[in-house]
Design a protein around this ligand. Structure first.
Ligand code: DC
Length: 223
């Protein structure tokens, strides 16, 4: 029997990735955090495509796609992104990347560049992918679609703790501003905006623990 394809979309810091990772383990399928792809491209741009004033040169980035080699290595169910053979998992969580990623993610050229590799990964089934446009654009025929949301204060608390856990210094107010701004750009962009798919199940997890959110998703998968 073909294993399911599951799409998890939603706002920043609703726990999409950590929840998807655990569900993948429980179901014996793989997990891809698609935000890491956009973060990876942003990190590349910050390393290689800067204007003199320190801003990202978008045109230079577009003409550098051929220099970017993306690989996904399966680390016990987790698809870890390697860019040009380097594991950039830690680098892509920096504030600098977080502050620039929405500007990169709204570019049609960037989204087109990343679309096919995401679809290829889902072809054989047995994957849970989390992001912003998985249920709407990347995998419109997914077997199950969920849309996660939570209050901004709760999400700020979670992101702040996550950054501290990674050893990244942060200011709670700045974290909140960054989340609000990112959600605004992600929701208002023209190409593949952050939006609930018509057939997605909404889960507001403001008052739910991670475990309760996972149980809620699993209960829908059993139906
Ligand atoms: O999930 P995250 O916070 O790591 O995502 C980083 C950024 O990438 C986020 O601002 C929106 C963008 N993104 C996107 O546009 N489409 C996706 N499928 C996943 C992420």
């Amino acid at each position: 029997m073909k294993k399911p394809v599951i799409a998890i979309d939603g706002f920043s810091s609703t726990g999409k990735s950590s929840i998807s990772k655990i569900i993948a383990e429980k179901l014996g399928i793989v997990h891809l955090d698609t935000g890491a792809l956009y973060r990876g491209i942003t990190w590349f741009a910050l390393q290689n495509c800067l204007n003199e004033d320190g801003t990202i040169n978008i045109e230079q980035l577009f003409s550098s796609f051929s220099l970017i080699e993306l690989e996904f290595k399966n680390d016990t169910g987790e698809l870890v992104l390697f860019m040009n053979h380097i594991n950039i998992s830690k680098e892509i969580r920096s504030n600098e990347v977080s502050n620039n990623v929405s500007l990169i993610a709204k570019q049609k050229e960037v989204r087109d560049f990343l679309l096919q590799s995401q679809r290829n990964l889902a072809e054989k089934g047995g994957i849970i992918m989390d992001g912003r446009d998985i249920g709407t654009v990347v995998l419109p025929n997914a077997d199950f679609k969920f849309f996660l949301t939570a209050s901004i204060d709760e999400r700020t608390k979670r992101r702040y703790q996550e950054l501290l856990g990674l050893g990244i210094e942060a200011d709670e107010n700045q974290v909140k501003e960054n989340l609000i701004e990112r959600d605004r750009i992600d929701s208002e962009r023209e190409i593949a905006p952050l939006k609930k798919a018509d057939d997605a199940i909404v889960i507001d997890n403001t008052m739910l623990t991670k475990k309760e959110t996972i149980e809620s998703i699993l209960s829908h998968l059993k139906k």
